[in-house]
Design a protein around this ligand. Structure first.
Ligand code: Q46
Ligand code: ZN
Ligand code: ZN
Length: 332
């Protein structure tokens, strides 16, 4: 039987966190999570007390945890949910997001891609020839930016945690993708056509955000997106987890070392995310939607044009064989 005790109060612990070399009870796990978010917000000047905040919410543990934590810390924060049309995964994720908002009496704006723009992610992937996560990332970035700017919000919050950021950093480093590395910051300041974007969970791992949700009674979506199956991001996470298991704290040292010591060296190259386009200096307004772009019509509007003409494509048709098998196992 595990008789470990909380480092703070010596009551029975509910979680061991090797990277902190300690165990914690529910109360002190909550305290740790709150303090890590406060520290991230403070260190990187993410939020001001009166800010109007929009949180991008997927129904998963991270986005619900960051929304809950910000409300706990006294911030005013609305939610934004994007209906991606990824089969039953999207149906269920929307239910979790709406339930969280309703229970807490918080405002949740919903943008359904099919209703608003006439396409969904599987169809966009097939119609454009992009891999699903590329069509999805482009769509979400555009919808998040638009909603934050049109709604008059001061800042857009996403639920990226330490595991996510370290995995993206690892991938960008393996490719020495300097443009992406220069933009991989916890805060992107507002710029013409872009809201300020911040990641308050950079000091928490996904195990910690899951524990926060459990302790707080937050009913989050457990299933992974079927499109994520087998993608490189997951492979990078597994590789880093193997390193972390041998050397607790290595993941945090890797990511925070980058932010503190490497990112300033790349700061001169810092540019806003424009769908991976390195020519961000040449931005002008899209002739169709007005968003910043280097072309006449932005990548999002081109995606909408191609995809909304296409017959709807069911999610199974854009999954690899192994992903389809995993998806059916998840459904049964
Ligand atoms: S939702 Fe979208 Fe993720 Fe699914 S299609 Fe890929 S990017 S995996 S965060
Ligand atoms: Zn305790
Ligand atoms: Zn456009």
């Amino acid at each position: 039987m595990n008789q470990s005790k909380c480092r703070v109060c010596r009551e029975p612990a509910i979680i061991d966190l090797p990277r902190h070399n300690a165990n914690f009870c529910a109360t002190h796990l909550e305290q740790l999570c709150r303090r890590q978010v406060e520290r991230a917000v403070h260190d990187h000047d993410m939020l001001a007390p009166g800010d109007r905040i929009l949180v991008a919410v997927s129904g998963g543990k991270d986005s619900l945890a960051v929304w809950d934590l910000l409300l706990e810390l006294g911030y005013r924060a609305d939610g934004l949910y994007v209906g991606l049309g990824i089969g039953s995964y999207s149906d269920v994720s929307g239910e979790h997001a709406r339930a969280f908002a309703a229970e807490r009496g918080q405002r949740l704006e919903t943008v359904d891609l099919r209703e608003r723009y006439g396409y969904d992610i599987p169809t966009a992937s097939k119609a454009s020839g992009r891999v699903p996560c590329s069509a999805c990332g482009l769509s979400k970035r555009h919808v998040f930016d638009r909603a934050a700017l049109d709604g008059g919000y001061d800042v857009l919050v996403t639920g990226h945690n330490l595991d996510d950021e370290a995995a993206v950093l690892f991938g960008n480093t393996l490719r020495w993708d300097i443009d992406y590395l220069a933009r991989q910051l916890p805060v992107l300041p507002a710029a013409a056509g872009f809201p300020k974007k911040v990641k308050p969970l950079i000091r928490l791992t996904e195990r910690e955000t899951a524990a926060w949700c459990i302790v707080r009674g937050i009913d989050y979506l457990l299933d992974e997106c079927p499109m994520a199956h087998g993608n490189r991001h997951l492979a990078y996470k597994e590789a880093l987890n193997a390193v972390e298991a041998r050397s607790p704290g290595a993941k945090a040292a890797f990511y925070h070392g980058f932010v503190e010591r490497m990112a300033p060296l790349l700061a001169a190259r810092d540019r806003h995310d424009v769908g991976g386009d390195p020519d961000a200096d040449l931005l002008r307004a899209c002739t169709s939607c007005g968003s910043p772009t280097t072309a006449e019509v932005c990548a999002f509007c081109r995606l909408v044009d191609t995809s909304s003409e296409h017959d709807p494509v069911p999610v199974e048709l854009v999954l690899s064989k192994s992903a389809r098998r995993a998806y059916h196992e998840q459904l049964s």
